[in-house]
Each structure stands twice: as structure tokens, then as C-alpha cells.
Write a protein that binds this ligand. Structure first.
Ligand SMILES: *Cc1c(COP(=O)(O)O)cnc(C)c1O
Ligand SMILES: [Zn+2]
Length: 421
């Protein structure tokens, strides 16, 4: 049983049957999964969701679960590609809130996913759909986190993985991808070069490219961040969510998730602003926002936030639309501010986020300082990746407080010197 009806073009509205395809054959607009919401009403309840597993699969009814050749079971127990992603903690952040001027701040801690980033959500959903559609090879272009997640999920489900990454990627991310045994291709170029190559490969090889031909299914996985935020707040929407943007898809899907919950009467309809964060060294979406236009001008990325370094973001236009519709805002921050954001988050809340998290926290701080988020607003910051993935970025700025010989006097002297600073 599936509630999935078809794929629908976001631009012209034409529908096509479910298949591994991402662009409208008529106008080349992006395709999106559509569901039979009428059939869900009264069936997909808070209780039914709460009775599900403590993973993103508790929202299976609202995900593109298909009936396919490799599905041995029904839609609720289908043969999923599942490492346990999702249903990550939503924790209050009073000390960080106090530092930046918010009384009701929360962190959606997606560092705690199986491979340490939010990408496990989209990959679990994409590979599940890919298997239902009959694929046995999963491929992707990645700025790092997607590569790790595809390699891990493919390994656990017996699929072959072919992942392509820019050759200048952080060493930690190369290592943490290679360990799962994929075919790992380092491409001399930036992410946008890798992605272009992937587009050509998708035409030549019959593989499931998670961010090309199965992108409509992949992108739906991001909705689960929005579902979880609402459920974990007691089935209530927050006042404000701040999310990092690479392609912009995550932000767009969080907004979609809130809309679906309202439509299904699982939460009360109330104003919830969604705001987007980018690094200044790769900020095509926030630049368009600041220009007040809706044209995304591609850029050449130059930032330590490599996981967000997409110069030509596929969902940039829709992210602008979602932010405008919700009354949110966008900002971008320098590499120095990103590092400060990482350290502020770690030192106030004990959460070590990667550079993308530094972007989110630094932008959050800016939006508060600008008065775009009010002190009393219940605000959720999406912490999308683990800091151990990007230690290179902060390595030059952290280290031992002091180094001493192993004797008490040395320790006393060093400590008093430190305390007199
Ligand atoms: C991919 C990624 C994002 C955002 O991705 P979108 O393309 O905007 O959906 C955010 N944070 C991290 C750590 C990521 O890996
Ligand atoms: Zn179309």
C-alpha cells in the first residue's frame, strides 16, 4: 500500500507515472512526488506515527515508499534501506540562547545520524525507492557527506556504490567514505564539475544517481526534519526555523513538511518562519535574496563550508519562494564567523558541529542581532553535520591550553598565568 500517486512537474503541473526521472519531459521543470492526501486523512494520525519506529521511517506514510519488484512486504514493512537515520534529538539550548539573545532556542541535532550528517535521511529514502524501482547500483556526486552516506547505506543493503567527489575534499571525508568499500572517484574539479559529469553518466549508465534520476525521491527524505521538529515540540510548529542551504532542498522540504502536517490536521496552523543560511564564499541563494530578485547567479565556491559549496543550487529559486512565503529571511557569514559559530555551539551546548553548523549558528546570531528573530520566538536551528568531519577547518585555531612538565609546580604556574589573563 502506498499513498504515492505520481510525479508532478513543479512548473507546469503535468503528471507522469512514478519512475527514475527528475525532469519534466514537456518543460524540463523539476518533478516532485505527489501523494493522495485525501486517502491519508483520518488514517495517518499522531498515534499511528508515534507507534512507528524511532527513525525517520515512522513517517513512512508521508514518504515515497513504492510497491516495486524488490518489495517483499507492504508499504509499512517494505524492504527498506535503513541504518536507523532520523528521529534525532531536539534539545533546548539555553546557554547558547543566552549568549545570542534568545529565550527559547532549540537544536535539531542531526550530527547523531548514522554517518554523522542529515544526508542519511535523504539517502535512506532514495535507496529504498531505488531498490523498489529495480536498481542494484547507487551513485552520486557529493561534497562529502552524501558520499559517506551513500557508501554506508549501499554497503548495508548489498547495493553497489559509485561515488564521485571533488579531489580537494577534506581528508576525513575521503577516508570515511572509502572505508565502506565503494568505487570512489576523485574528480579534478569542484562540486559543480562533478555534478555535471554525473548528469552525463546518468544517461550512459543504468544506475540510481541519488541526486539526479532519483532526486524526487531523495529530496522527500528532508521532510522528516520538519515532521520531527513538530512532533518533538508536542505536535506544534515553532515560530522560526533556521536551516543551512547547499542546493536549498532541505529548507524547501522542511517548509513542505509543515504544510503537509497542517493539511492533515496533525498540527495547528500558525505562523512559522523559515530562514536560510549560507557561507559568504558560496552564497548564490542569499545573494539573490538580498538583491530582492528571484534569479540565482551561479558562483565559484571559495569557503571552508564545503558541504554547502554548491555554486549552482538546483532548488535555490524554490528556497527563495519558501522563505518569502513564510516571512523568513536569509543571511550569509564569513569563514571566520563560521569558525566562531562552531566554537560557540560547542562551548555553550556541548555539540560539535561541522562547518555547515557553524554557518547556521553564525547566521542565527546575525538574524537575532538584526531583529529578524525576536527574543521570545521559539526558534529551532538545524545542526546538520558532525564536527569530526571537518576538523581541518578549525585545526589552526584550537589546541592545548598549556603544555607543562609532569610536576605540580609547573601546573600551578601555568594555571595562574592562564587565570591572570
Ligand atoms: C547537504 C547538506 C546540507 C544542505 O543540503 P541541501 O542541498 O540544501 O538540501 C546541509 N548540511 C549538511 C551538513 C549537508 O551535508
Ligand atoms: Zn513541466
Amino acid at each position: 500500500m502506498t499513498y504515492v500517486q505520481a510525479l508532478q512537474c513543479r512548473e507546469c503541473g503535468r503528471r507522469v507515472d512514478v519512475a527514475a526521472t527528475h525532469a519534466c519531459g514537456f518543460c524540463f521543470g523539476p518533478l516532485e512526488v505527489v501523494y493522495d492526501y485525501d486517502a491519508m486523512r483520518g488514517v495517518v494520525t499522531r498515534e499511528r506515527i508515534a507507534a512507528g519506529p524511532p527513525t525517520l521511517w515512522r513517517y513512512a506514510d508521508l514518504l515515497p515508499v513504492l510497491d516495486g519488484p524488490n518489495n517483499q512486504q507492504d508499504a509499512r514493512g517494505a524492504s527498506r534501506v535503513d541504518l536507523g537515520a532520523g528521529f534525532t534529538p531536539l534539545v533546548p539550548a539555553p546557554r547558547l540562547g543566552q549568549a545570542i539573545g534568545l529565550d527559547d532556542l532549540w537544536l535539531k541535532n542531526d550530527t547523531l545520524n548514522p554517518t554523522g550528517a542529515f544526508k542519511d535521511r535523504v539517502v535512506s529514502v532514495a535507496l529504498t525507492a531505488a531498490r523498489s524501482l529495480g536498481f542494484d547500483t547507487a551513485a552520486c556526486a557529493s561534497t562529502g557527506n552524501l558520499a559517506q552516506s551513500v557508501a554506508a547505506h549501499a554497503a548495508a543493503s548489498g547495493m553497489r556504490a559509485v561515488v564521485l567527489v571533488p579531489s580537494d575534499l577534506e581528508q576525513a571525508k575521503i577516508l570515511a567514505t572509502a572505508v565502506y568499500g565503494p568505487t570512489l572517484v576523485a574528480v579534478k574539479g569542484n562540486y559543480d564539475d562533478v555534478n555535471r559529469l554525473c548528469g552525463e553518466l546518468a544517461d550512459a549508465y543504468g544506475w540510481a544517481f541519488v541526486n539526479v534520476n532519483v532526486r524526487p525521491f531523495y529530496a522527500e527524505g528532508s521532510k522528516t526534519i520538519g515532521f520531527e521538529i513538530a512532533e518533538q515540540l508536542g505536535w506544534r510548529l515553532p515560530d522560526h526555523v533556521v536551516a543551512p542551504m547547499a542546493s536549498g532542498a532541505m529548507l524547501v522540504k522542511i517548509a513542505k513538511a509543515f504544510r503537509e502536517l497542517v493539511d492533515l490536521e496533525l498540527v495547528e496552523d500558525r505562523p512559522c518562519r523559515v530562514s536560510g543560511a549560507q557561507a559568504s564564499g558560496c552564497s548564490p541563494i542569499t545573494a539573490a535574496y538580498k538583491d530582492g530578485g528571484d534569479t540565482i547567479r551561479p558562483v565559484r565556491p571559495d569557503t571552508i563550508a564545503k558541504s554547502l559549496a554548491i555554486g549552482d543550487p538546483a532548488d535555490g529559486y524554490y528556497a527563495l519562494e519558501a522563505v518569502a512565503a513564510s516571512g523568513g529571511a536569509m543571511e550569509d557569514v564569513s569563514d571566520a564567523e563560521i569558525i566562531d559559530g562552531i566554537k560557540l555551539l560547542a562551548s555553550t551546548e556541548g555539540v560539535f558541529g561541522e562547518t555547515a553548523a557553524g554557518v547556521t549558528i553564525a547566521v542565527l546570531r546575525k538574524l537575532v542581532a538584526q531583529g529578524r528573530i525576536a527574543r521570545g520566538d521559539r526558534t529551532v536551528a538545524v545542526i546538520s553535520g558532525n564536527g569530526l568531519k571537518t576538523t581541518d577547518a578549525i585545526a589552526p585555531t584550537v589546541g592545548p591550553t598549556f603544555e607543562i612538565s609532569p610536576n605540580l609546580d609547573d601546573f600551578r604556574t601555568a594555571l595562574s598565568l592562564q587565570e591572570s589573563v
